[in-house]
Write a protein that binds this ligand. Structure first.
Ligand code: ATP
Length: 487
């Protein structure tokens, strides 16, 4: 597949809609930009990804526990975290079309149209100006390169301004003295719910450093450039884990989590060459080290997950703003002094992944338009989602060959036995070939067909999605086989 395969991206988007994975939000009103709804199979796939992450973080790590914090938080949270002052992107508007662009995206899109060396030179000038917050310089760069608005086709630009990405809303029914006292934000990340609960969790779950707190949940960002399907949404879901460590050990833990997270991705069976690290050179002011795990989406290699060594910035800031101590007493002995390490504000290593982006990575990798050679020399085609069996929305389809001769009754009995173990689907309408194709298109790894022979010898035909091969199997071996494959 080409690095930037727009046709494939469009095909995945269309398929996601047609087969009940992802719909544009409030579509009957023409949708809401960068907001999406998950359909019957999409919500199941999304839940399976979330569960897979949650289990690997909490159940499989004795020193990580989960929480489920509220979306609304005290507004001071976002002052302390730096989001009120710093969570913004430089933007520029075209005066003719009124279209607003994120400056880096505008320049990047232009760089893609240039020859390789020229494009790289433009991007490195941009990086230099961005890291110095030199907005006048950036505007000049846009002007010098005659970068045009894609709508109006003109170079008539406003000055560059910072635009905060947090959504605000009003809280409560009482009228506050100052209007801003009623303002709350929809959280732009889930991490702060973890930081403010650091001591609650540490004490109640009796955690000893090093330990982690995991959380999944909605986050909201008023993204400006929002035309990349579920890659960049205004309402999305994050799966984050903050790992609290003794100061001085964060470098080693950062390395550990960087490797551990890539292993998690690879455990799904997607080839390693689809992933790569991107180490950050320009770090946030508080960060010590940071990298992204990038995935090769149909729109190219892009960030899927971030791993950040955040120092003690977050807890120290909350300590400062709340005037409450957020410290840990470490009674392990420091070999340098022979005394306990004592009180300190722990350092944090964060792993942060977007659930929707993870969904897109899995879906776009799984999607394949396949040509099948037929015995008579002709060919046929199918769309198949090669989803990892453990993530597939439906694990097993149970299909009676015909609607009569008692076959549906047998199939229903099998359905009753299996549906408690994993997600099953029963269908008797249409020719068997058509039913197989529909299951391929939503990624069901196994189909069993109940036919007349089943009545005689209690065997069924099991058909494998990826190879389309079929074999006979005793009915009482079905559960064991499917469970073995999805474990
Ligand atoms: P980007 O550079 O793509 O805007 P980011 O660096 O701002 O992302 P983080 O703040 O590190 O992202 O958020 C952690 C993860 O949350 C990202 O790796 C991504 O998977 C996900 N994420 C962030 N913003 C969005 C969004 N608008 N839509 C969907 N997922 C998102």
């Amino acid at each position: 597949m080409a690095t930037n395969d727009n046709n494939k991206f469009q095909a995945v988007i269309a398929h996601a809609k047609e087969y009940g994975f992802v719909f544009p939000s409030s579509e009957i009103y023409d949708g809401l930009s960068a907001v999406y709804d998950y359909g019957p199979w999409g919500s199941e796939l999304k839940k399976n990804i979330r569960d897979y992450w949650w289990k690997s973080m909490t159940q499989l790590h004795e020193n990580i526990v989960g929480i489920d914090a509220a979306i609304f938080m005290h507004p001071t949270t976002w002052k302390a975290s730096g989001h009120v002052d710093n969570f913004s992107d430089p933007m520029i508007d075209n005066k003719d079309s009124k279209k607003r662009y994120r400056v880096d995206h505008l320049i990047e899109a232009h760089a893609e149209t240039l020859a390789k060396e020229e494009g790289e030179a433009l991007l490195s000038s941009m990086d230099r100006l961005l890291s110095g917050d030199d907005f006048a310089g950036l505007k000049k760069l846009i002007g010098d390169n005659k970068i045009k608005c894609s709508v109006s086709g003109t170079c008539n630009w406003t000055d560059i301004r910072q635009f905060n990405l947090m959504f605000k809303t009003e809280f409560g029914a009482t009228v506050a003295e100052k209007e801003e006292d009623n303002i709350v934000y929809l959280r732009p990340e889930t991490a702060q719910g973890i930081f403010v609960n650091f001591l609650n969790v540490q004490k109640t779950a009796r955690m000893k450093i090093p330990f982690g707190i995991a959380q999944t949940g909605k986050a909201f960002r008023n993204e400006i450039v929002a035309r990349q399907f579920i890659f960049r949404m205004r309402e999305f879901e994050q799966m984050e884990m903050q790992f609290f460590v003794r100061p001085g050990t964060e470098g080693a833990w950062y390395k550990f989590w960087k490797e551990e997270r890539l292993k998690w991705h690879l455990s799904l069976g997607i080839p390693a060459e689809k992933y790569r690290y991107h180490d950050h050179i320009k770090l946030a002011h508080y960060a010590k080290e940071a990298c992204d795990i990038e995935f090769e989406f149909p729109i190219g290699f892009k960030e899927l997950e971030g791993i950040h060594s955040r120092g003690d910035y977050d807890l120290s800031q909350h300590q400062l703003y709340s005037k409450k101590k957020l410290q840990y007493y470490d009674n392990d002995i420091d070999p340098a002094t022979g005394k306990p390490y004592g009180n300190y504000v722990p350092c944090v290593v964060e792993t942060s992944i977007g659930l929707d982006r993870m969904f897109l990575s899995v879906l776009s990798y799984a999607y394949e338009e396949e040509t099948i050679s037929k015995e008579d020399g002709g060919s046929d085609s199918r769309v198949v989602l090669r989803l990892p069996a453990k993530l597939a929305p439906i694990k097993l389809a149970i299909l009676p060959l015909t609607k009569k001769d008692g076959l549906p009754e047998i199939a229903r009995t099998i359905m009753n036995d299996c549906q408690d173990e994993f997600y099953c689907f029963y269908e008797e309408k249409d020719a068997i070939g058509k039913r197989y194709r529909r299951m391929d298109a939503i990624g069901t790894p196994f189909c069993i067909t109940v036919d007349h022979q089943t009545k005689e010898d209690q065997t069924v035909t099991i058909r494998y999605r990826d190879t389309m091969t079929q074999e006979r199997l005793p009915v009482n071996k079905v559960i064991e086989l499917v469970k073995g494959k999805i474990r």
